[in-house]
Design a protein around this ligand. Structure first.
Ligand SMILES: [Zn+2]
Length: 327
C-alpha cells in the first residue's frame, strides 16, 4: 500500500478524462461472456412478445434462427435454450423426445451456425410436466432418484442433437453425476456440464414462469431449490457439483446473490456463471418505462457488478442491448 497521502495523493487524477478512466478500468464487460436465454415454443407460427419481459419474445421454430442470427451479428455467440412443448404430461416426455422442440432447434441452429455459436440447453422437466415441477412427482412429492434417469435422458437427447453444453437446473441431488455418466456412456465425453449449482427459490423468477408457462400447479419449489438464507449451504452445493463433474458452475439469481458469486469464485476458481434472471430484467424495464432510472446506464452498471463479483459469464436477457452499447 502506498504511504503517500493527500495532498500528494489525489485519487481524482485518474478520473480526469474519459480516456484516463478507461485506461485504468479494472472490470470490463465483454460480449463474448454474455449468454442470451431463448424461449422457443413448439407450434408457434411467429414470435410472440412476453408481456412481463418487455422486448423479449417467445420464438417459433421458424423465427428462432433469425433471432439468434441477430445476436451472433452483434457478437453474442452463446445462447441457452428453453423449450415450450405443445403437449405436457405427468412424466415430461417431450423433454427427452429426440424430435422435441429443443432438440429440433439445436439441430437447426447447429446446421446454420455450427461452431460460430455455443448452444447451451436447460436440462429440466418443469416446462414439460403437467404439474410444472422439475422432476417426477409421487403423491405431491418430487421423487429425487426416479427423476435422475429422466434428466440424464434429457441431457443425452440434447447432446445427440448437437448441444455444446448442458445445464441441469432441477436442483435434484446427484443430477450432475448422473448426467456426466450418461453423457460419457453415450459417447458425448466432450459435451460440457454447466451446473445450476446454487439455484435459489426466488421471487425474481416470476416473469420467467410467465414466459415459459412453468408455474407449479401445486406447492412450490422449496423442497429442491435453495433457501436464500443459507450461503454456506450454497457453497456446499457448488462443491458437490464440482465433485460430481461440473465443468462450470452457476449461481441463480445474480443480483441478490452477488455475495455467493464472489465467494464461489474466490473459493473454487471455476468457470463461474451468474443468471441475471427475469425479475431483475423486468424491474429495470419497468422503472425505465416510468422514467425513474436511466435504462442503459442501469443495465451496464448491473452487468458490470455481476462481473465484478466474480462471474466470468452472465446469462442475461439484456445480452443483445448490452452488446449494442459495448465497444
Ligand atoms: Zn425446472
Amino acid at each position: 500500500m502506498t504511504q503517500v497521502s493527500f495532498p500528494a495523493l489525489r485519487m481524482r487524477r485518474l478520473r480526469r478524462t474519459p480516456l484516463i478512466r478507461e485506461l485504468v478500468r479494472e472490470v470490463r464487460l465483454d460480449r463474448s461472456n454474455l449468454i442470451q436465454p431463448i424461449f422457443v415454443e413448439e407450434g408457434l407460427k411467429t414470435e410472440v412478445g412476453i408481456l412481463s419481459m418487455p422486448g423479449q419474445r417467445r420464438q417459433s421454430p421458424g423465427t428462432v434462427g433469425r433471432e439468434v442470427g441477430r445476436l451472433v451479428d452483434k457478437g453474442v455467440k452463446s445462447v441457452i435454450l428453453f423449450g415450450i412443448p405443445t403437449v405436457k404430461d405427468e412424466i415430461g416426455s417431450a423433454a427427452y423426445d429426440p424430435n422435441g422442440i429443443v432438440q429440433r432447434t439445436i439441430c437447426d441452429l447447429k446446421a446454420r451456425f455450427d461452431d460460430e455459436l455455443v448452444v447451451l440447453t436447460d436440462v429440466c422437466m418443469c416446462q414439460y410436466t403437467i404439474h410444472g415441477h422439475c422432476g417426477l412427482v409421487n403423491e405431491e412429492r418430487i421423487d429425487n432418484d426416479k427423476t435422475l434417469p429422466k434428466l440424464a435422458e434429457v441431457a443425452v437427447s440434447h447432446a445427440q442433437a448437437g448441444a455444446d453444453i448442458v445445464a441441469p437446473s432441477a436442483m435434484i441431488d446427484g443430477q450432475v453425476k448422473t448426467i456426466r455418466q450418461a453423457l460419457d456412456d453415450s459417447g458425448f465425453k466432450d459435451v460440457a456440464v454447466m451446473a445450476y449449482a446454487a439455484k435459489h427459490a426466488s421471487s425474481f423468477f416470476g416473469p420467467f414462469r410467465d414466459a415459459a408457462s412453468s408455474t407449479p400447479k401445486f406447492g412450490d419449489r422449496r423442497t429442491y431449490q435453495m433457501d436464500y438464507s443459507n450461503p454456506e449451504q450454497a457453497l456446499r452445493e457448488i462443491a458437490l457439483d464440482i465433485k460430481e463433474g461440473a465443468d462450470m458452475i452457476m449461481i441463480k439469481p445474480a443480483l441478490a446473490y452477488l455475495d455467493i458469486v464472489y465467494r464461489a469464485k474466490k473459493r473454487f476458481q471455476m468457470p463461474t456463471a451468474a443468471y441475471n434472471v427475469s425479475g431483475e430484467f423486468s424491474m429495470i424495464k419497468a422503472a425505465a418505462r416510468e422514467g425513474w432510472i436511466d435504462e442503459k446506464s442501469a443495465i451496464l452498471e448491473v452487468l458490470t457488478s455481476i462481473k465484478r463479483a466474480g462471474a466470468d459469464m452472465i446469462l442475461t436477457y439484456h445480452a443483445l442491448e448490452a452488446a449494442e452499447w459495448l465497444d
